[in-house]
Structure formats: C-alpha cells, structure tokens
Design a protein around this ligand. Structure first.
Ligand code: SAH
Ligand code: SF4
Length: 392
C-alpha cells in the first residue's frame, strides 16, 4: 500500500483548551472505581459496576457510554455528564509499503504543556506476530548520539492512560475489538518508541497492569518488552513491579565508546549495568534479556567488538538484536555494510546466541527505531513557516 501523506495542517494556536470532560479511556481500576463513586454508585455495588465498565472499555473497546447495554441508563447519563471515553486525537496515519503503520497522536495538554504534545506509535506486522512499538515520554532527556529522539528535548512523561491509549488506538484501527485470545494482529508490545521508560517507571508499571489484565486487553507480561538505555537503579524495580521482558540498549562493550554513544553510561558504567542485568528478577532461559546493538559503520562493528560482546554477556540468558542504524538528516553516523553486519552476526551465532538482524521496517514513513517524531516536527515547522508567510 502506498504511504499516505501526513495532514500538513498548521500547529494549533497556543490557546487554552475549551472546557473538556476528562477521559476515562486508558485509566486503571482505582480511577474507574473513584469515578463510579463520584457518580453516586453505593460502595457495595462499585465492584460489580467496575467489572462491567472494565469489560466494556478494555475487552470491547467501547468509546461511548451508550454502548454499555447492561449498565443502567441513569448511571450511563451520570458518567457521561462528567467523563468521556475519548481517545487521543488521531492526527494522521501512515502505512508503509511493508505494512508497517505509524500513528501520530495529539494528547491533551497537562501541567506545563505549552501546546498539545504529540507522540508516535508504530505497528509492525510479522508472519507469526504483530508488535506495537509505544512511547513512554514525549521526547527524551537522554542524548544518545545516534538517536533522533535524543536531539529533541523532553516535553513530559506520559501518563499511564496515555501509554494505554496508544494500544487502544492501534486496536481501533486494526479492528481488534472485542478481545480475542487467538490470531491477534497485535500480539506483542515493546517500549521502544520515544523516551526512556525507566525514567517514567510508575506510569509504565501502571500501564502494564492495565494492558496485561486478563479481563481486558490481556496481553501477557511475557509479550511486553521494556527497553532501557541502562538506568541501573531502576532495573530491579522494573522486574519486580512489572514482570516485563527486559531489553538493554548496549551498543558498545567499552566504557570509552559507550560514554559517547549512550551518555547515561558515564553515570552507570558497563560493569554496574551488567551486574544489574545479571540480577534482573526472573531471568532464565525462558525469560532472556535482549541486548540491542545498533550497527554503526566503523564505530562498533568490527569482529573484535562482536567477540567482546560475547565475552561481556557470558552466562546471561540472552538474545542479541542487531539493529542496522536508521539514518536521519544530519546524523553523524552511517549504517554498517550488510557484509559487516553478517560477519558480526556470525560470530555471535557461533558463540551460541540467537542473533537476529532486525529488518528495518517502515523506513519510507520514518517509523524505524530512533526516527520517531522527527517527521511531525519537520512538518510542523514547515506548516508554521507557510502560515507565517501567508499572514505577512
Ligand atoms: N530509551 C529506550 C527505548 C527507546 S529507543 C532505549 O534507549 O532503550 C529503542 C531502541 O532504538 C534502542 O535500542 C535505541 O538504542 C534504538 N535506536 C535509537 N536510534 C536509533 C537509530 N537511529 N537506528 C537504530 N536504532 C536506534
Ligand atoms: Fe532516549 Fe532511547 Fe533515544 Fe537514548 S536511544 S535518546 S534513551 S529514546
């Protein structure tokens, strides 16, 4: 399918949002229970009502109170007076020639937001699974030198509801309501979009509770992977609180180089990172850590680097994911040659590790790792320039 153009609309003016009802799409059980209580449901009935609402919202994908046929009209009206079930605004959808989809979502303004923040979510269909790559922050505070998100300032953490809403929007579009446990198009989730999930662990953990809840979206924690650049002090808590699969953005085996590529390494150097990974709760052959390794031409792609990587992770139940560098305008790196990547992968395979080379997906719509948000920023700037030109 050809890719569709983004809506090239001017950025909304920086005005206060009209009074809008707060949305309960994406919120957890506690917030839903509080809404029911506020709507006058007696304490002894809250549990039962909560279970009905939960099923409508998270198993059936309801976007309006009207749909909830087993909830009384009076209660529906009271809920509708105070709350909506609105999703974030879908600004655009792009579909790559390879079937990858990218959604640009506009969130409501919160706290100090000067404008409604925008985030991107990417769906990658594969033969045996479909993976949704979601964002945990708007932008990122870290500045990994090969990552485009890292060149954009952090706007803010996403709330748990905003994290969950990315999955809801994807399932709306994929036509996956009500939840079926078989043949799902969206079967896996990776926190590999914008942001550092471990700098927003409370909301990431709350979102995982909602996404894995068996009475709702029911995606097993074993199918949810959280990728981190190496926020060592939070690794244990991630494992204990979420039971998620762990992916670590390794990218280098020497501190000197990793300091350059992944600057958080200056705070938590490789030895500390490896110790925290070895202690990750639940690590086993059935629950391996994924080491991500971006292939940068002439920087980290020599056979000696592959051998050093194998040595570094010895004894850890692991997979290694080689990611061809995805270029972006002005990036100071190039992707390694295919032969170099293959030689690197062969060394890792010989050492007994699965070493899939991640096929770049959705490159035509800038949906690949490390490219998120860039296009929308660019378009916004161009739209702004045009708006300014036509006003003068
Ligand atoms: N902040 C987290 C998760 C988001 S980044 C982290 O760093 O792990 C998801 C993955 O994309 C990381 O492994 C990151 O190193 C990788 N990545 C970033 N920019 C990239 C690029 N331009 N090409 C290939 N991979 C990239
Ligand atoms: Fe942030 Fe991850 Fe990009 Fe580094 S690679 S700048 S941690 S999003």
């Amino acid at each position: 399918m050809p890719s569709m153009a983004l809506n090239d609309t001017p950025a909304p003016a920086d005005i206060t949002c009209p009074p809008c009802k707060s949305s309960l799409a994406g919120v957890g059980r506690d917030d839903l229970a509080a809404a029911l209580t506020a709507a006058g449901v007696p304490a002894k009935h809250v549990r039962m009502r909560l279970s009905q609402l939960w099923s409508w919202i998270y198993a059936h994908g309801a976007t309006s109170w009207d749909a909830m046929s087993d909830v009384s009209k009076e209660l529906r009206a009271r809920l509708a007076e105070a709350y909506s079930l609105q999703r974030p605004e879908l600004v655009s959808e792009q579909v790559s020639v390879d079937g990858t989809r990218k959604w640009l979502l506009r969130l409501n303004r919160r706290g100090h937001d000067r404008r409604p923040p925008e985030i991107e979510t990417v769906y990658i269909p594969e033969a045996a699974r479909g993976t949704l790559c979601i964002s945990s922050q708007v932008g990122c505070t870290l500045t990994c030198s090969f990552c485009h998100t890292g060149t954009q300032r952090l706007v803010r953490n996403l709330t748990a509801a905003e994290i969950v809403a990315q999955v809801q929007v994807a399932r709306d579009d994929l036509g996956e309501w009500p939840t079926s446990l078989e043949n799902r198009r969206l079967s896996n989730i990776v926190f590999m979009g914008m942001g550092e999930p471990l700098y927003n662990l409370d909301n990431v953990a709350a979102a995982l509770d909602i996404l894995s809840d068996n009475e709702g979206i029911a995606i097993s924690r074993r199918r949810i992977t959280v990728s981190t650049s190496g926020v060592v002090p939070e690794l244990k808590a991630l494992g204990e609180r979420t039971g998620a699969m762990l992916a670590v953005s390794m990218h280098a085996t020497r501190d000197e180089l990793r300091d350059q590529l992944v600057p958080i390494n200056r705070r938590y150097p490789i030895a500390e990172l490896m110790a925290a990974i070895r202690a990750y709760p639940g690590l086993s052959n059935a629950k391996r850590v994924t080491f991500e390794y971006v292939m940068l031409k002439g920087v980290n792609d020599a056979p000696a680097d592959a051998k050093a990587l194998v040595k570094l992770i010895a004894g850890i139940p692991a997979k290694i994911n080689l990611i061809p560098f995805n270029p972006w305008p002005g990036a100071p790196f190039q992707c390694s040659d295919p032969e170099t990547i293959e030689a690197f992968a062969a060394i890792i395979r010989r050492a007994g590790y699965a070493s899939p080379v991640r096929k770049p997906r959705g490159r035509d719509i800038l949906a690949a790792c490390g490219q998120l948000k860039s296009e929308s920023e660019k378009l916004r700037a161009s739209a702004r320039r045009r708006a300014t030109a036509s006003a003068s």
